[in-house]
Design a protein around this ligand. Structure first.
Ligand code: KIV
Length: 253
């Protein structure tokens, strides 16, 4: 496994060849996340994306970063039972360069994860705040705030590990709880909004580069103000065209 227990590693999302190429040197793994539905598809949540779109984008990422270890995020409805999960995971392996698939859920998904791993599919779990649960939970809720939630998180983490997952994403979990889960598991944890003690950290590229303006979660560190830079460049182009300064002679054949 590329991610190792106790070794700080990076996972960054990518959805296309252009950015996969830029990201690959700095990411131990690239995640083609269903967050794509929101950041690039303009949807309100991640439930709008399906297998065909995810496969299309994962193929593009594989072309841009042919040596990257790619994680394919199983979209909503693609892994509701053992048979459909395996059928879809086999399709992912046949059609893309994905190394592993990721699926949201703990105890309730353990049987499906086990079925996949027994059939030689590399699986990464995802527990805590699971964005595909947004409608049923009525929002994005931080997890690990009380004893019941903490008990459930430990049960989920153990179930995912015992089912054979190679690693597990811990999303939106109180930092001290994520630290204890990380210490209790043999598999590496990949944190997002879950504090410093996870083995790896994952961020969505359009969040970390400041391109997604609608909402910036507390856990995102913005490494540049992409939206402002892009808008400034587009404005300059529009002004140059309107003023007649573009294209110059040097920019013409
Ligand atoms: O879809 C995604 O980008 C994800 C990460 C937020 C972990 O699942």
């Amino acid at each position: 496994m590329i991610l190792q227990k106790g070794k700080k590693s990076t996972v960054i999302t990518a959805y296309d060849a252009l950015f996969a190429r830029l990201i690959a040197p700095y990411a131990d793994m690239i995640l083609v996340g269903d967050s794509l539905a929101m950041s690039f598809g303009g949807h309100a949540d991640t439930l709008f994306i399906g297998m065909d779109e995810m496969i299309y984008h994962t193929k593009a990422v594989g072309r841009g970063a042919p040596d990257a270890k790619i994680i394919f995020d199983m979209p909503f409805g693609s892994e509701t039972d053992k048979e459909s999960a395996l059928k879809n995971a086999v399709r992912v392996y046949r059609d893309t360069k994905a190394f592993a698939v990721k699926l949201e859920g703990g105890e309730e998904k353990a049987e499906i994860i086990e079925h996949l791993t027994k059939n030689k599919v590399a699986v990464i779990g995802h527990i805590g705040l699971t964005p595909q649960s947004v409608r049923i939970e009525g929002g994005y809720k931080i997890k690990g705030r009380n004893d019941d939630e903490i008990k459930k998180l430990f049960a989920d983490a153990k179930a995912v590990e015992e089912a054979g997952a190679l690693a597990v994403v811990l999303e939106g979990i109180k930092a001290e709880v994520a630290r204890e889960i990380t210490a209790a598991l043999k598999i590496p944890t990949i944190g997002i909004g879950s504090g410093i003690d996870c083995d790896a950290q994952v961020l969505v590229w359009s969040d970390m580069l400041g391109f997604f303006e609608e909402f910036t979660p507390k856990f995102v560190r913005k490494y540049m103000n992409g939206a402002a830079l892009a808008k400034g460049a587009f404005e300059k182009f529009a002004n140059d065209v309107k003023s007649g300064s573009f294209p110059s002679e040097k920019e013409s054949y």
